[in-house]
Ligand binder design. Structure first.
Ligand code: ZN
Length: 294
């Protein structure tokens, strides 16, 4: 099953709007990494923000990596996303579970921390990838993405990212939005959107009430006419394979590979992004050594 993202533009051309339902995608990440509540919310919010930026900024075959490294117990969060709605990611410590914050919400800031950095590396198939980095300003992740977009890419943006985790640790709803302001937007329009955002609950709450991404977009842009341009499917997708891990094993020295054969009768490779495991038998490893030296 896949999730959905819609892209829209205001008919006056001053705003671009993206709204995403990422429930299945974040649910798959939760299951693959066995994350606990705060880690689920932190990883899920980072995935949602990354997909929103990737689908708004990248072309067809370009790829982007977000790294959030804060001083909280969750450790580093790494997420890949592309323009086609594919994403994968992991969190250094999947098992962070903290009491609710004073607003009775999942304490994402407590897991991520309040000091550190958010960096976005875009592989645009140029000689060097482009990396932009800003400090963590909130730790709640949505504000951190908005700050990154404003400071590093000079795009004034409002970002909402939201994950609802059920008491049994599974993901109930996950979604978000990105509103980008183009040059020439009037103060009246901006105030209208700010007022809309003030009264709108979290996206996951609206989704819990049964609202579709189209209906959420109408609420965000209430008073401003918008036109949906496109919709894309979003999914957790990892491109790892046994062949790719064979290639990385082939970069080891013969004696290291031989030690794996002698001591463990093989090796197990684990993909950090999706947690898939690949078994290499002693014969597999012997073949890798033989091919290296052929
Ligand atoms: Zn993988």
């Amino acid at each position: 099953m896949t999730d959905k993202l819609i892209k829209a533009v205001s008919t006056n051309g001053k705003f671009r709007v993206y709204v995403i339902d990422a429930t299945q995608t974040v649910a798959e990440a939760q299951q693959r990494h066995d994350t606990w509540t705060n880690s689920t919310a932190a990883l899920g919010r980072t995935m949602i923000g990354s997909i929103l930026i990737a689908t708004s900024a990248l072309k067809e075959d370009e790829l982007m990596t977000t790294r959030i490294v804060g001083d909280g117990p969750a450790g580093a969060i790494v997420v890949d996303a592309d323009a086609k709605g594919n994403t994968k990611g992991y969190i250094q410590n999947p098992h962070v579970s903290l009491p609710l914050n004073d607003k009775h919400h999942i304490d994402v800031r407590g897991a991520v921390g309040t000091a550190g950095s958010l960096s976005v590396t875009k592989d645009l198939h140029l000689k060097e990838p482009f990396t932009g980095q800003t400090p963590i300003v909130s730790g709640e992740i949505g504000e951190d993405f908005a700050y990154y977009l404003a400071k590093s890419e000079q795009i004034p943006s409002a970002v909402g990212v939201s994950v609802f985790v059920q008491p049994n640790e599974t993901v109930g709803k996950a979604g978000g939005f990105l509103i980008q302001t183009m040059p020439g937007a009037t103060d009246k329009d901006i105030t209208q959107i700010e007022n809309n955002l003030k009264i709108i609950p979290n996206i996951s709450e609206l989704m819990n009430e049964g609202l579709s991404v189209e209906e959420i977009m109408d609420k965000l842009m209430n008073g401003i006419e918008v036109k949906v341009l496109d919709q894309i499917s979003v999914q957790f997708k990892c491109d790892c394979s046994k062949e790719k891990f064979s290639k990385s094993l082939a970069t080891l020295q013969d004696k290291e590979l031989q030690a794996m054969i002698d001591e463990n009768q093989g090796a197990e490779a684990v993909c950090k992004f999706c947690n898939n495991k690949y078994q290499f038998s002693a014969d597999d490893l012997a073949q890798i050594i033989a091919e290296k030296n052929s």
